[in-house]
Design a binder for this molecule. Structure first.
Ligand code: NAD
Length: 423
């Protein structure tokens, strides 16, 4: 247990001073504190401007997925992730997709929803009419907030009004539909929602509470499709197995959660590499998966008349190539250069592609040799490190674990003792 966590004025201190306090309270060694302070590309000063109470930075491995052919263009895809196998699986699936000409994408314009919650109106239907009648005025007020966005062709474009039944009575929910161009958009949207709220109150005599972006970005969808030939997949039986896996996910939320988690393995790794908001993507994707009233796969798979496997994905992708941390984090900027994407829309399509590829790779592994064969081979190195192996011993211990098919910590410790003695 820590000695204290009520640290008044902590936020006002420098990262160094904060670290000193945390070091003392958590009993960190000098070396541990040094590791936290030791920054990579993201300097402490920069990090300190990004979030609150900074004491250091943390790192993730950054890999590059290969083989991706998207709309007849080759892409190298940076992925930041701590989980072994994900980058290899994506690259492998992308290689197999080439057998059917690669991936083909499309997307809707970057329109996001901002919500304004109006309460205390006597007649919600009448309030709805009044709001819709004043649409031009409301949109103009919203657009005053961001002349740059408007100049770029974005801005508030339309309004929807819904009357919602809640356990506290009816509410009138106004949706501002905002084209956010190359931004993720949350800040722009929140600013616009807050700016128009007084006007909504004036028009309706009601009371506004929440004014905030919706992470269910149903107007900002990316769609991808690909055909994988049965030969590239390993034969008809593999296609059968994948279709069995898909049917299972479509029928069962327990399986479907893991099916969609596999999709998000790919999407979130690209989001982390490009400093996008991973929580926004997760929230949007999983809610979208449940839009029909039951939780369903984000992907769809079927057999073509030729006996090949055809897959597609559709999901909301609220991502930016500008704004938030995307243009601040030095590594994110380089990752965008590696990707070579020109717009947020293109980035969203690439992310959805990686999601589809990841899903294919996971289902193929699950329906054939099982996921552990590949996964544990890579994980063996983590186990070896956890057992205390250092330097060249890590690979040596890992190799023995794989050879013995016993990728376990207890065995790793035994092997390490044995190898150290030999040394
Ligand atoms: P932002 O406000 O940093 O940048 C967007 C601004 O950049 C626009 O308003 C525009 O003026 C300008 N701009 C310049 N060139 C542009 C272009 N080509 N396209 C679009 N805009 C351009 O960022 P944001 O995207 O509005 O907000 C994203 C941040 O908000 C993320 O860090 C996210 O984590 C955070 N956030 C998320 C939520 C949520 O998801 N619920 C809520 C609050 C904040």
């Amino acid at each position: 247990m820590h000695k204290a966590s009520k640290l008044s004025g902590f936020y006002k201190l420098s990262p160094e001073k904060r670290l000193k306090i945390v070091r003392e309270l958590a009993g960190l060694s000098k070396e541990e504190a040094e590791l936290l302070r030791k920054t990579g590309a993201l300097e402490l000063k920069q990090a300190n401007r990004m979030i609150e109470n900074v004491i250091g930075t943390t790192e993730l491995p950054l890999g590059v997925a290969t083989n991706f052919l998207i709309n007849n263009r080759d892409y190298l895809i940076p992925m930041a992730i701590e989980e072994p196998s994900v980058v290899a699986a994506a690259s492998n699936a992308a290689k197999m997709a080439r057998s059917g000409g690669g991936f083909f994408t499309e997307s809707t314009p970057p329109i996001m929803v901002g919500q304004i919650q109006l309460t205390d109106v006597k007649n919600p239907k009448k309030a709805r009419e009044k709001i819709l009648k004043a649409k031009k005025r409301i949109l103009a007020k919203a657009n005053e907030q961001d002349p740059i966005l408007v100049k770029l062709g974005g801005g508030a474009k339309d309004i929807e009004v819904r009357v919602l039944t809640t356990h506290l009575g009816p509410m009138t929910i106004i949706h501002l539909l905002i084209d956010v161009r190359d931004a993720m958009g949350a800040n722009v949207i929140n600013t616009m929602c807050e700016a128009v709220a007084p006007l909504i109150e004036e028009l309706t005599g009601g009371r506004v509470f929440l004014r905030i972006v919706s992470n269910l970005a149903t107007y900002r969808l990316a769609r991808v499709k690909a055909v994988f030939t049965k030969e590239a997949l390993g034969g008809e039986e593999v296609v059968d197995g994948i279709l069995q896996a898909y049917a299972f996910a479509a029928a069962d939320p327990y399986r479907c959660a893991t099916h969609n988690k596999g999709v998000m393995n790919g999407i979130i790794a690209v989001a982390l590499a490009t400093a996008n908001d991973t929580r926004a993507l997760e929230a949007g994707a999983h809610t979208y998966a449940a839009m029909g009233g039951a939780y369903k796969p984000l992907t769809h798979w079927e057999r073509t008349v030729e006996g090949n496997l055809s897959g597609r994905i559709e999901l909301p992708v609220a991502v930016g190539t500008i704004g938030g941390a995307t243009a601040v984090h030095p590594v994110a900027k380089i990752c965008r250069k590696i990707l070579g994407v020109q717009s947020a829309r293109e980035l969203g399509e690439v992310m959805a592609t990686v999601g589809l590829a990841q899903n294919l790779a996971a289902m193929r592994a699950l329906a054939t040799v099982g996921i552990q064969a590949g996964h544990m081979k890579l994980h063996a190195r983590n186990i070896a490190t956890t057992a205390g192996a250092k330097g060249e011993l890590i690979d040596k211990v890992a190799a023995r674990l794989v050879e013995e098919r016993k990728i376990r910590l207890d065995r790793a410790k035994e092997i390490l003792v044995e190898l150290t003695r030999k040394k």
